[in-house]
Design a protein around this ligand. Structure first.
Ligand code: UD1
Length: 420
């Protein structure tokens, strides 16, 4: 088991280049199943969730080849199986996109239950509802989800909750369905738009991604034989933005889409830090003083992302005054606060709310990463804390951040990966 050892405090300074978005890549890779042919993906992040997605595609019969560090060639014409077993699907959440993709292509999917971060109950009833609306029979039992249909026919689907995963899965299952599907009350995250753009590049007819209503005119087949570059990772960019604020540093973030970062940028300005952007793909964040208190409530895009909540929690833990976080998406997303309290923070979580009484500084401690974004938050905490912080359970972090310690090292952090 590896651990990260961070020695602080350090004021981070320099440039960082953002990788392709994890949450887009882990949806687009299974979406290639719908092509029944070849495509090339560019700007693919080199992270463990992507590697396991590729392994599953190979198990199903696809040919998957890395053409470069961030370029993948995928040929799904040889897919013979529609059965993805639990040993691999349980390793990450996004394995549930295999259901929509296999159902769309082969009218049959048997997929082990998804795993992923433990953020509390993670129901998939809206996914099942969408598949059933298109004509599939869905059964969830004995650790697997089975979806089967004689044929898929477009329909109107109204999502009861705004769900990223259910929106994408409903799109995947309806791309090759007969007729038109209209999905209402959908999520609008950047990676939903990216999946729709990918599918349209390959020949699908999807309109409205990024708004509340998505309309899909079913097509007979996707043509493939095209390249697609994955959108930059909004959450990785946001993580570095908040590391600049927490460490009172000066970081220029490149290869990001500044429009996707607006909810984070607005909070950073409210906390007294400085933001300079070209309005395109570069944003500079610098902070010369202790950040001011603020409050956030997490919400679906374009609200403040739940996946940025723990990183903001680190900033609040050392802010001047008392800040409040209201977590409205996941019930168990405050596990990291116990670790920050070991480092001297004064955080009181209660249900969906946590109160952060800002302290002047944190001190190093052994801490345990409970999930992916909590792990990223603990790295930032280690960078700003006095002394040595050891971070355990870092396999969570490797699922979603490419070369994270190297990127932080280039910004001046004293961070090492140690094998035990
Ligand atoms: C995705 C992201 C995750 C992020 C989350 C919210 C991926 C792989 N994961 O997760 O990093 O934290 O969006 O931005 O892209 N819900 C239901 N029924 C369902 C589905 C969801 O009630 O069928 C509820 C959930 O309990 C949760 C809310 O809807 O409260 C949002 O969940 P959802 O957007 O589906 O999250 P994921 O797609 O799992």
């Amino acid at each position: 088991m590896d651990k990260l050892v961070v020695k602080g405090p350090t004021r981070l300074k320099g440039n960082v280049i953002i990788s392709g978005a994890k949450n887009a890549a882990v949806a687009i890779i299974p979406a290639t199943i719908l092509i029944n042919g070849k495509c090339v993906l560019e700007n693919v992040p080199n992270i463990s969730d992507v590697k396991i997605s590729c392994d599953i595609l190979k198990d199903l019969g696809a040919k998957v080849e890395w053409l470069g560090e961030h370029e993948l060639s995928i040929d799904t014409s040889s897919i013979i199986s529609s059965n993805a077993p639990l040993d691999k699907t349980s390793k990450f959440r996004a394995s549930y996109y295999l259901i929509g993709s296999l159902l769309g292509r082969k009218l049959s999917a048997t997929v082990g239950l998804p795993g992923g971060c433990n953020l509390g109950a993670r129901p998939i009833d809206q996914h099942a509802k969408a598949f059933e609306a298109l004509g599939a029979k869905v059964d969830i039992s004995q650790g697997k989800i089975t979806a089967k249909a004689k044929k898929l026919i477009g329909n109107s689907i109204y999502m009861d909750v705004v769900s990223v995963g259910a929106t994408i899965n409903a799109m995947l299952a309806s791309v090759l369905a007969e007729g038109t599907t209209v999905i209402e009350n959908v999520a609008k995250e950047p990676h939903i738009v990216d999946v729709a753009n990918f599918l349209n590049t390959m020949g699908a007819d999807i309109r409205g991604a990024g708004t509340d209503v998505i309309k899909i005119n079913g097509v007979k087949q996707l043509h493939g034989n095209a390249s697609y570059s994955i959108v930059p990772d909004q959450i990785e960019a946001g993580t570095f933005m908040l590391s600049a604020v927490a460490s009172r540093g000066d970081i220029t973030i490149k290869n990001c889409i500044t429009k996707h970062l607006e909810s984070i940028t607005a909070k950073i300005i409210e906390m007294g830090a400085n933001v300079e952007t070209d309005g395109g793909d570069t944003i500079r964040i610098w902070c010369n003083k202790r950040p001011l208190k603020a409050n956030i409530k997490t919400a679906p895009y374009p609200g403040f992302p739940t996946d940025m909540q723990p990183q903001m929690g680190v900033v609040f833990s050392i802010a001047d005054g008392t800040s409040i976080i209201n977590e409205s998406i996941w019930e168990s997303r405050f596990q990291y606060t116990a670790e920050l309290n070991k480092m001297g923070a004064k955080i009181t979580p209660q249900g969906k709310t946590a109160v952060f009484e800002g302290v002047k500084s944190l001190s190093g401690s052994p801490v345990y990463s409970s999930d992916l974004r909590a792990g990223a938050a603990l790295i930032i905490a280690g960078i700003i804390a006095n002394g040595e912080t050891e971070i355990y359970n870092i396999h969570h972090i490797d699922r979603g951040y490419e070369n994270i310690e190297e990127k932080f090292r280039k910004l001046g952090a004293k961070i090492q990966r140690v094998s035990e």
